[in-house]
Design a protein around this ligand. Sequence first.
Ligand SMILES: Cc1cc2nc3c(=O)[nH]c(=O)nc-3n(C[C@H](O)[C@H](O)[C@H](O)COP(=O)(O)OP(=O)(O)OC[C@H]3O[C@@H](n4cnc5c(N)ncnc54)[C@H](O)[C@@H]3O)c2cc1C
Length: 471
Amino acid sequence: MIKWDEQKDVVIIGSGLSGLSAAIEANQAGASVVVFEKMKVTGGNTRISDGGVAASNNYLQKKRGIEDSPVLFYEDMMRAGLGLNHPELVKVVAEQASEAIDWTRDTLGVKYLDRLDRFGGHSVARCLTTRRHSGADFIKAQSTLLKQKGVEIRTRCLLTRLQTDSQGGVNGVQIRSDYIFPDNNSGIVRNIHANRAVILATGGFGNDIQFRMIQNPGLDVSVSSTNHRGATAEGLIAALELKAAPVHLSWIQLGPWGCADEKGFGRGASFASYSVYQAGILVDPATGHRIINEWADRRRRCEAIFKAGHICVGIVDADGAEVAAESLKHCLKQGYVKPFSTLTELASAFEMPDGQLEMTVKNYNHRIGKGESDPLGKPLIQGAKLLVQPPFYAIRLWPKIHYTSGGVGINSKAQVIDLNNRPIPYLFAAGEACGGIHGASRLGNCSLTECIVFGRIAGQQAAAINPRHLD
Ligand SMILES: Cc1cc2nc3c(=O)[nH]c(=O)nc-3n(C[C@H](O)[C@H](O)[C@H](O)COP(=O)(O)OP(=O)(O)OC[C@H]3O[C@@H](n4cnc5c(N)ncnc54)[C@H](O)[C@@H]3O)c2cc1C
């Protein structure tokens, strides 16, 4: 018999974008809500993210007359995911993404830059970025709103177990309050009854070396990660212990824009992502040749670098670098990005074979100018930029663990499904804690979007359950 210390209608684990979106919706629907967060600081990976979201028919696309559709968005996600994605979940994201962005703008007051990006694998420019270029914009706005509504976010509270009733339905959580990450014996054990439901919004496990090596032994301590320290698997394990369906756990995504000279995500990755891959080229220094369509999805770009077998060089000219001027300034100061007056100087600094880089760039520019097709399959006529304006900037790139596509299985109501594909009663999940939406490869900016869409669904669904109050 569990001794309950407290009760709330909806108990949410994790204070990232998915958890806080769920909290706002559940509170709005009249439920009492508490959010538990194991770290000292709220926001998880969301807080350190770039704050980029993707949606077809979003308000900026409409303003600029860019044609797009949920069907095209859906097809792009499925193509990158190699069709492993669960179609019904992708459909929900593609269809609700634009409304989700409007919700963040109109209900939360999040502001976006007047800029649309086209990241690898997206057929059109459909990505928006928050004004401060950071997911902290979401966390700040959501935390403020929740505080106004009297919803508590309790930090240093680790979920250690999902509690169940005699029928196997989830009826609460065991946590350790005053927990000090990563000491799993720290803190005080408490049990919180969930009158309506529990929502798992515990994010990914990119920094859980033991758990990720169970999925892929190659991803050992030598492979660095862009994630926050707390991106570890305890929440996921608690759900797996209840026989939640594990989905795509070994599809761990690496980012092709990882800066080889900087720890974590950093500004180099931002520069490479927003500038180099959008307006420049990726070159193997051993040959001086391009190695991939720079607009391909992340998995394909990483594979190309791994195939080269050594650090590759991202190159962009002064015009292409302008879009990421702030990151560039920082990276030049730190030496992560190097400027060169000529391509010959750049080639020589990276010991490329004589004349090869110059030839590569000449051919590339020629094809763009003539509207010719690219042997590597890049659709050059769709806005590829000439590399002509010095200085030319170079950054050393090597993939880093960025995103865990796998997690617990959910259905389109955000209910966690079990090994027999049946919902586990009173348990919901959203965000990176779930698997199935992105399949083999997530397209850039689709995670934060999905966190909002499924976080909101989870909150609404959880609050709609009839309460099971303690006597
Ligand atoms: C550097 C970086 C940049 C990125 N940029 C983008 C971007 O621009 N666009 C995009 O779409 N995606 C981006 N991503 C991916 C995206 O940020 C994440 O996938 C997303 O924020 C996940 O949100 P979430 O709510 O699921 O989890 P998180 O935001 O990670 O939140 C989960 C929270 O749960 C807590 N938690 C975990 N386990 C427990 C437990 N047992 N008990 C209590 N609390 C627990 C964690 O500490 C964490 O705070 C980026 C990721 C990184 C690392």
